[in-house]
Design a protein around this ligand. Sequence first.
Ligand code: ATP
Ligand code: MG
Length: 565
Amino acid sequence: MRASTFFMPTLREVPAEAEIASHQLLLRAGFIRKSAAGIYTFLPLGLRVLKKVEEIVREEMNRAGGLEIQLPILQAADLWHRSGRWHVYGPELIRLKDRHGRDFCLGPTHEEIVTELVKGEVRSYKQLPLLLYQIQNKYRDEKRPRFGLLRGREFVMKDLYSFDRDEAGLEESYRKMYTAYERVFTRCGLDFRVVEADTGAIGGHDSHEFMALAAAGEATIVYCGACGYAANAEKAESRSTGEAGGERPRPLERVATPGKRTVEEVTAFLGVPARKIIKTLVYQSDAGPVAVLVRGDREVNEVKLQRIVGSLRLELADGPTVEKLTGAPVGFAGPVGLNLPLVVDREVAGLANAVAGANAADAHYVNVNPGRDFTLDTVADVRLAAAGDPCIRCGEPLSATRGIEVGQLFKLGDKYSRVMEATFLDENGRERYYIMGCYGIGISRTMAAVVEQHHDAEGIIWPWSLAPFKVVVLPVNSRDEVQAALAEKIYRMLVTAGYDTILDDRQERPGVKFKDADLVGYPVRITVGQKAAAGQVEVRNRRSGETVLVDAADVVQAVTAICGV
Ligand code: ATP
Ligand code: MG
């Protein structure tokens, strides 16, 4: 490829809306452009990388016995009514009507439609296991689309569905996928960790997530250095580290806390530690509002809360609702005298003489004693696990880190086949439900996660496997005939040797070309400069920065030496 005829609009400035490295660099280096919130165009460079991720995933899915298909993106609501998910999915599902007024949605995932397909086409246990997959755009109207490709509303996903005759078969399919995922993310050059995960809206009974480790990741991973336990903080169970009891309850007292709304403000004003403050949050659930109590130094685990209240929908109540329900502005809610069902975290239940909002503006209660001053309706583990908590398995303190969820595996069992009445005939001629699994990989998200892990101040450093071009040949002065001719010759040698190469033959200043080469992140740069007259060029390894001077005739050899690094 010649840069002069290629389309790679790079930007010198950091785009204002981009907060994290991968988003900034993919925009600046001309890989993607935003079309609308969470919706991106892939430019030629971006599409090249995306297709490489896809190809790695495709090879590994095929190796594991997967068969590629393509399911429709546009799906009739009828299927979603049958699984019950038309209502469960909420506003994330992009719904639309056809000209006859019939409901449709854009697929956020494809369990329904693939189950329907297999139900209609497969009859016998002899045809199992069956592993079907596709690589396709998915649509989710995310509440907070952000970070470029990391959380889009339109994004590329690989989704595979396994159909087995029994649990043992599912185990085997799951194991194959687990191994395939390890291979995929290793080949993509990612530093990742596999964690136990919650099964969320997709449902099922066992799940793992593949997390690319990155500070920009939205997921918190807790892990135990001692026994190896690792889980998404949403899923991780926590042992209470509550205050030891024994403190004598003192009389409840109301104190003025003018304008002190946040835990930090109340902590500073009253001189009590955050762990003695009861944080009260009001959520809207299917059954109406509920109040959740966690310690001031803790966060509510909404996944656990959703399970506890048994609600399909769960949302933090907005300001006006909180005011109406508690009689106080946001920041002054508390359990004493509050007429709402209470979900009390175990740690809160164990507190003595705590501080809580008084359900009145500018006032708190001190010496709040759970059980005495408010009823313990539901006591449960409802907080997010955090670093320092004792490991649920071995009791050693947990560590925490952040990750980007690049893939997830679920054992679904008969969750979908049962509601959709998808059966096959076993060896005794009896009808049985398929035992299913589903397995997703965020293709576009993986591309961004790789950039998140592989970049420096100058730009992207693509792993060899994903580089849009492996080598850039850069004549310092394209007007210099000797340089231009040698660059051309080297370009041809590399292409003939099978290396995807780009020749930067643009009539640009050398500084621009060097900057672009680093920004785009080609693994190898070959600089054809002054020494061209002597038949010598510079070969530079983008990752290590190492530069060697070689004879033009040895260029292919020098590139081969770097390849795979
Ligand atoms: P998250 O928790 O990050 O919202 P999820 O658990 O809802 O993701 P899955 O339903 O497991 O996602 O989808 C399979 C894979 O698709 C995820 O592991 C992730 O890599 C990718 N993915 C999910 N949502 C998005 C998104 N909004 N943008 C880009 N990739 C996504
Ligand atoms: Mg997931």
